[in-house]
Design a protein. Structure first.
Length: 233
């Protein structure tokens, strides 16, 4: 087993409808937001700001769940365990586990996870916009209405506004398992790029059934600077 190459996908994630990836409330405030965004502290020479970002785990997890649905590996029966290959032979034939990885405690000796999805931070233009005072988040107020009594319970959630872009950075390890890396090259096209296309068709983050989370991947390029086109799904 030998590392053949590392492929890259770089580009931007553009928010089309309000994007919500939730964080935790460390303190309770009267009149505060019920569901705040996940944020990271960013410092420069002048200021320190807590800015929204897209955790790599959120994007990778969404890619995996959608591709599992597409391949029939994801069961909607909560009594059944999440799909993971139990032996080395089945792993090497499984596109999902081979690309996205398995639990370390399984000890199948099948090599490293192929797909690495890094955290996505605000693109340079939007970081400068924030420094200039532009608001990139909004508070969306909804009502949870009891369909029997018509009683309304208000709730508020924070979202990134449409138009904002985040930098996308994905690495993909091509491992030679005796085939010159051909299998991993195939799964890059058939699994990774397809999973990104499925995210575009579906949603990222939370509250997707209520209008949030539509995104578009733009200006995608590989490690050589060539433009990448997502497949039609």
């Amino acid at each position: 087993m030998k590392l053949h190459k590392i492929k890259r996908i770089e580009g931007k994630i553009k928010v089309i409808t309000g994007l919500r990836i939730g964080g935790s409330m460390e303190t309770m405030e009267i009149g505060g937001i019920d569901m705040p965004l996940v944020r990271i502290s960013v410092k420069d020479k002048e200021t320190e700001k807590n800015l929204p970002y897209i955790p790599g785990s959120s994007l990778k997890g969404r890619m995996r769940s959608l591709i599992e649905w597409a391949t029939g590996n994801l069961s909607l029966d909560e009594r059944k365990p999440v799909h993971q290959c139990k032996d080395k032979e089945s792993f090497l034939k499984c596109d999902v586990c081979r690309v996205f990885g398995i639990s370390a405690d399984q000890q199948l000796e099948v090599g490293p996870t192929r797909l690495l999805v890094r955290d996505s931070y605000l693109s340079a233009e939007w970081y400068e916009a924030v420094r200039s005072g532009k608001e990139i988040t909004e508070v969306k107020v909804e009502n949870n209405i009891n369909r029997i009594t018509a009683k309304a319970t208000p709730r508020s959630m924070e979202r990134v506004v449409p138009g904002v872009t985040f930098d996308l950075d994905i690495a993909y390890r091509v491992i030679d398992t005796g085939d010159g890396g051909a299998t991993d090259e195939k799964y890059f096209r058939e699994v990774v790029l397809k999973a990104l296309a499925l995210v575009e068709k579906d949603y990222l983050g939370g509250c997707g059934s209520r209008g949030c989370g539509k995104v578009k991947f733009i200006d995608l390029k590989d490690e050589a600077g060539n433009l990448l086109t997502l497949p039609t799904v």
